[in-house]
Write a protein that binds this ligand. Structure first.
Ligand SMILES: Cc1ncc(COP(=O)(O)O)c(C=O)c1O
Length: 471
């Protein structure tokens, strides 16, 4: 049979594939952020390999979805075993892995926060965010949310409504449920021009002022009711540039939310599963959320699975009955099997100690790089293995997006020198001004490999900013 749809060869050259891509693939995703887009052929550990088999050291690990290493043997095996056992099952029926995984997360949260709750699975992060919005709306009867400027919760319509960037909403009509966006405590660029050492959390006071009188539009003191149902937070802003809030911020915020019956929804999709040095990033900040949303690294980027955990009162069958949400793939057995294995792996190894130790080592190296190149690097910070490096102009403060883009593209050329080996460097650019390298290295990296990573970053600086090498 020879028809148009069978008329293709699988051994097309990269040029031919690019031609097909130009014509047949939607450009609506993020592939064309890089020009020309890049093909990879295989992946192992913290390396991606292109079609010429050049290794690219990956410092973003699929935005932290593959934290445990590409082709992690234990997790890959769990997937293969499940393919041979129960590869498919309609989500209407039960399988053991789903139930055990939900129980593990439920027990874990009971031990961490002293709260009972239940888990609802879905497939992608944004879909789990949608489910959480349903739970919030269902339990409060309200549809308005607070969220942070610089926050990112996904690109479905509901998730876009609570994601501050107007760019993601602009062409898609009116968002009547658009969140009220509150400045995040981004202390390097304090939205109020304060200094961390002396501000006494001025930003929290500003938020509290919204509830002083009904005329501030948030609160009816007579009814004792807020128009807002929940505050969506990322404990450490991810796409926003791995921005870490100061100590004391979240407890002070939570106090205000509690006083006004506003739920705290914790988006752990990128920072969960030890990226920020704890199972949940929010554990670093001494507050108990009402809902936790998770995804990405739960399956190490294998068969996707996301989900949410909600406090019992919000998700008990009496309030969130059968049929309240559903997706064909929501608790797919391949995803739950890998996730169940991943959660057991996380219980067996001390990832808290590992991510904190390696993160501290990496951050020390980054700070040394910043000391040597103050005309390029304005800020470095980190928590666990979530690290940031902010690229600035010579004054060390004005964001330098052009240089960031050039460094990013230079890494993708694949011709850096890793102690005699030709490699590329895969980075991710985030931040309010798109001038932050958000580093999410693989948990498996050794100190020597961290040293090599920093040497590669230095090569990018020396190639892309030769006129700014002096101190
Ligand atoms: C914090 C956060 N929330 C939500 C999402 C959306 O997840 P997904 O891309 O799987 O829909 C992301 C993705 O980057 C994220 O980082």
């Amino acid at each position: 049979m020879s028809t148009a749809i069978t008329d293709f060869r699988s051994a097309a050259s990269e040029e031919e594939l690019l031609e097909l891509e130009q014509k047949y693939c939607s450009w609506g995703d993020t592939v064309h952020y890089l020009d020309p887009p890049k093909f990879f052929e295989r992946a192992e550990g913290h390396y991606l390999y292109d079609r010429e088999d050049t290794p690219y050291l990956d410092l973003q690990m699929w935005y932290s979805a593959a934290s445990f290493g590409y082709a992690n043997p234990r997790l890959n095996q769990a997937l293969k075993d499940q393919v041979d056992k129960l590869p498919q099952l309609a989500c209407q029926y039960l399988h053991a892995e789903k139930v055990e995984l939900a129980a593990a997360i439920g027990r874990l949260n009971a031990s961490k926060f002293g709260l009972d709750g239940r888990v609802q699975f879905n497939v992608g992060g944004a879909q789990a965010i949608e489910d959480s919005l349903k739970i919030v709306r269902n339990s409060t009867g309200k549809s308005l949310m607070f969220a942070f400027m610089g926050g990112y919760h996904g690109r479905t319509l509901g998730a876009s409504a609570i994601t501050s960037s107007y760019r993601y909403r602009r062409r898609f009509g009116h968002f009547s449920d658009r969140a009220h966006f509150v400045p995040f405590p981004y202390c390097f660029r304090c939205p109020y021009g304060k200094k961390r050492e002396t501000c006494e959390l001025y930003c929290v006071d500003q938020f509290a002022k919204n509830f002083e009188t009904e005329y501030k539009s948030f609160w009816d003191p007579k009814a004792g009711e807020s128009e807002f149902a929940a505050f969506y937070v990322e404990p450490v802003q991810a796409t926003g540039g791995y921005v870490i809030p100061p100590a004391g911020y979240f407890p002070a915020l939570k106090k205000i939310l509690d006083e006004h019956n506003i739920l705290l929804v914790d988006d752990e999709i990128q920072m969960g599963f030890y990226r920020a040095g704890k199972f949940w990033a929010i554990e670093n900040f001494d507050v108990a959320p009402d809902i936790i949303v998770f995804g990405k690294a739960l399956t190490n980027g294998l068969n996707p699975l996301s989900g949410l955990w909600a406090r019992e009162e919000l998700i008990a069958p009496e309030v969130f009955p059968p049929g309240s949400t559903h997706s064909t793939f929501s608790s797919n057995p391949l995803g739950t099997a890998v996730a169940w294995e991943a959660v057991r792996m996380m219980a067996e190894e001390d990832f808290e100690e590992l991510t904190r130790r390696k993160g501290a080592y990496f951050l020390t190296q980054l700070r040394e790089l910043q000391r040597r190149y103050p005309k390029v690097i304005g800020d470095t910070d980190g928590i666990g293995l979530a690290l940031r490096m902010e690229i600035c102009r010579e004054d060390g403060y004005e964001p330098d997006r052009d240089l960031t883009d050039r460094m990013f593209a230079e890494g993708m050329k694949g011709d850096l020198d890793a102690r005699g080996r030709k490699v590329g460097l895969v980075l991710d650019v985030g931040g309010y001004y798109k001038n932050v390298f958000t580093l999410a290295p693989c948990f498996d990296m050794t100190e020597e490999e961290i040293d090599i990573s920093v040497e590669l970053l230095e090569q990018l600086i020396r190639r892309c900013a030769p006129d700014r090498l002096s101190r």
